[in-house]
Design a protein around this ligand. Structure first.
Ligand code: ZN
Length: 473
């Protein structure tokens, strides 16, 4: 008799030959559906094997084993890392398999004896290939969190009913229920067993709060935020403070028919959030990492940066970022030239001197007072410093070449139509065509722009002094 691996290998070989021999496109009607059901049944058996294997690897890698952990012996931080090296599956999938596996694996009592699994009916159904991964997860994910409050007996009762519904004909249905229906039924059990009042709503909310890890899809990172109401209220208030209608661009009595802020409100909220994060990361009280302020590392190939094409990569983020985003990082955060040889060694490290220092930032803040685009209300602390003349065009990292821009206006400065010109070291702006009242570029004057109250007071005083005195007729 061969090893368990031999048995699985043999089945694998059979599946591979079925895969090679089958042309699914030739199947029609009932034959196609029979084939689909057979493939699913094989998949359920494979899923059960994967769940058992993950649970076993996790069990032998449990933290209390210290250096004897299987994961440690193989040079991995934990079971997930070890499993991902072997299976090449995603962390999310492996974590889910381990959770299911842990809930359906016989437990080890403190006395050393073996006890049934927390969900031993699901374990049986998985073991016979009669329940799928999705239905098992739906039951475990719903019932496990309430076990402490409703007791093992109640959970076992619900588990039995749900497994029956998922695997075979029941009183309610002549056919097994699908995973989504099982999840719905599990929720009903949850509300019946864990009636309101068992746990105060506030305590539930405290348990439910969280911000999920990001998942990259289509070039954006999706994160789920489950906020406590008071935190959400603060967040909303903060966003709204910088999204109010007063903060929309206005310049030279704009044409009322002109397009409004082109960003949808969700995008505008994103951009306020981006500025808020910038401000928090820069704050003097932000924690340091290894002595330095939290720094986001972006790497880009010199040739791509010079050509303005290609993409860059942010350390710790799987999605590549656009060259415009890289340029914004370079403009606001400086850059460091690192030459890495073909063999991977670091040949040369340049100094990072293209970033405005704290003294310069304070001076620019006093002069500009916030994002210098008229109508934008993002404050100085949340703004980035933009090199008006790009470093690669010979622009210097000096106060006379740096202005405050919020994240959005910085990101879009080359496309949003606003022009910036430093005249004797003072930022001046010219609005985009749709805010020029029909005037041509040449007829539109450069306007000094500052959000600083003291600077604005100065400007008003100057205007008063130079304006002709009203004369009585
Ligand atoms: Zn702005």
């Amino acid at each position: 008799m061969g090893t368990p691996t031999d048995a699985v290998n043999e089945a694998h070989g059979l599946l591979l030959s079925a895969l090679a021999d089958t042309d699914v496109r030739l199947l029609r009607n009932d034959a196609l559906l029979e084939f689909t059901a057979a493939a699913e049944a094989a998949g359920r058996a494979v899923d059960a094997l994967r769940i058992q294997a993950a649970a076993e690897v996790a069990f032998h890698s449990r933290p209390e084993l210290g250096e004897d952990r299987l994961s440690a012996k193989k040079g991995c931080r934990n079971a997930v890392e070890l499993l991902s090296r072997i299976s090449l599956a995603s962390e999310r999938t492996l974590t889910q398999r381990m959770r299911l596996g842990e809930a359906t694996r016989p437990r080890l009592a403190l006395s050393g004896e073996t006890m049934p699994a927390r969900f031993d009916r699901i374990a049986d159904a998985l073991g016979t290939g009669s329940i799928g991964y999705d239905s098992a997860a739906a039951i475990i994910d719903t019932l496990d969190p309430i076990r402490g409050r409703v007791g093992d007996l109640n959970v076992a009762h619900a588990e039995t009913a749900l497994v029956a519904a998922a695997t075979g004909p029941t009183v309610e249905s002549p056919v097994p229920f699908a995973a989504d229906e099982i999840r719905g039924q599990a929720r009903v059990w949850e509300t019946v067993l864990d009636e309101d009042g068992t746990v105060p709503a506030e305590e539930r909310a405290m348990l439910a709060r969280g911000i999920s890890a990001g998942v990259t899809r289509d070039g954006v990172v999706h994160r789920k935020m489950t906020l406590l109401p008071e935190i959400d209220a603060k967040f909303e208030t903060l966003l709204n403070a910088y999204l109010n209608p007063r903060s929309k661009p206005s310049f030279n009595d704009p044409d009322p028919d002109a397009p409004k802020d082109p960003r949808a409100s969700a995008q505008a909220r994103h951009d306020v959030f981006a500025s808020l994060i910038d401000g928090a990361a820069r704050s003097a009280s932000a924690p340091t990492i290894g002595g330095a302020a939290p720094t986001v590392l972006v790497s880009v190939r010199q040739a791509d940066l010079d050509a303005g094409t290609g993409v860059g990569f942010v350390e710790g983020c799987e999605a590549p970022i656009s060259m415009r985003a890289v340029e914004q990082f370079v403009c606001a955060g400086g850059q460091q030239h690192v030459v890495i040889g073909p063999d991977g060694t670091i040949n040369c490290i340049g100094s990072n001197d293209r970033v405005f220092n704290a003294t310069q930032r304070r001076a620019i803040t006093l002069r500009d007072g916030g994002c210098i685009i008229p109508g934008c209300s993002i404050p100085a602390a949340w703004s980035e410093i933009h090199h008006v003349k790009a470093y690669r065009d010979g622009g210097e990292t000096e106060t006379c070449n740096g202005v405050l821009l919020c994240w959005f206006h910085h990101r879009t400065i080359e496309t949003n139509g606003w022009q910036i010109l430093m005249i004797d070291g003072v930022p001046h702006v010219k609005p985009p065509p749709w805010l020029r009242n029909g005037r041509s570029d040449a007829d539109t004057p450069w306007r000094r722009s500052t959000k600083s109250r003291t600077q604005q007071a100065d400007l008003l005083q100057q205007e008063q002094q130079t304006a002709p005195l009203p004369t009585l007729a």
